[in-house]
Design a protein around this ligand. Sequence first.
Ligand code: G3H
Ligand code: 13P
Ligand code: ZN
Length: 319
Amino acid sequence: MIVTTAELFKVAYGKFAIGAYNINNIEQAIGLYIGNLDAKAPFIIQISKGARKYAGVKMLEGVIRACDATFPEAIYAVHLDHGDEKTCFDCIDSGFYSSVMIDASSEPFQKNIEITRRIVDRAHAKGISVEAELGMLGGVEEHVKVEEKDARLTDPDDAKIFVERTGCDSLAVAIGTSHGAYKFKGSQGLHFEVIEAIQQRLPGFPLVMHGSSSVPQEEVARINAAGGKLDPSARGVNENEFTRAAQLGVTKVNIDTDGRLVWTRVHREFFRDHPEKFDFREPGEVFKKEYAAFIVHKSQKLGSSGKLDEVRMTLGAGH
Ligand code: G3H
Ligand code: 13P
Ligand code: ZN
């Protein structure tokens, strides 16, 4: 059942975080639903501009509708990830999305406010909520590479002003993470002092953490042992920090790269071990199972595991 992002946030805020996972193909979608049902977790499906281009807007919508009919117990929202103004308007007007993200974080503060405000006005008129972004994450985002030196943590005072002026419903904050498989070298934790300062100024307001993949070392090692050439020194977010972040208002945690690593590991190992095979459904089956197991694991770390009944009861009469 597709619900609004706002409804999920209301149940989760301050208690647990909801995993927001990008999808691009059928196997990933099926694994995502099965994993969340196995974990009894609510979740958010997010679709990037790149996914819309790769799979096609109607195709992705069709896949989600088919999964909805196939897995009627699932409770989730559908979200546009890193939208520009035009894509946000398209998604709002389509009536299919629970929420959109307008990412004008590379614009100056005032312009970011103006653009976000325009999206909020149109989205709220249709009951759709809006995630905006303030601060600048490092890494690759929609093919724009932000060097670590240009990355900026979110200023807590600016965050308060930004939320008040735009009327956005959630805010993606830069708190030390970055996108992609190459995040930090060595150990670097989340900037809890920044999250705390933002929560003090915006109590009860849902924050979003992008770039939340953990880039597991064992996953990278297996990929490289099967012919890959990923940087083995790459590190991601420590999953054990999710729950503390959730208590401080981080309500949505975006994970894409780790799922791509599962895909890469499964397919590299499969064809290394079975060089004579060519039926792509065989590794596809392995991937669906492995992706579902990966989602179960993430749900445990996010604290969303086992929360499905509570969400269903809270949604109650409205659905
Ligand atoms: O933050 C970006 C997400 O990982 C989506 O990636 O734009 O390559 O689909 P994409
Ligand atoms: P990762 O690259 O860490 O998976 O982040 C995904 C993301 O933020 C999608 O918006
Ligand atoms: Zn992101």
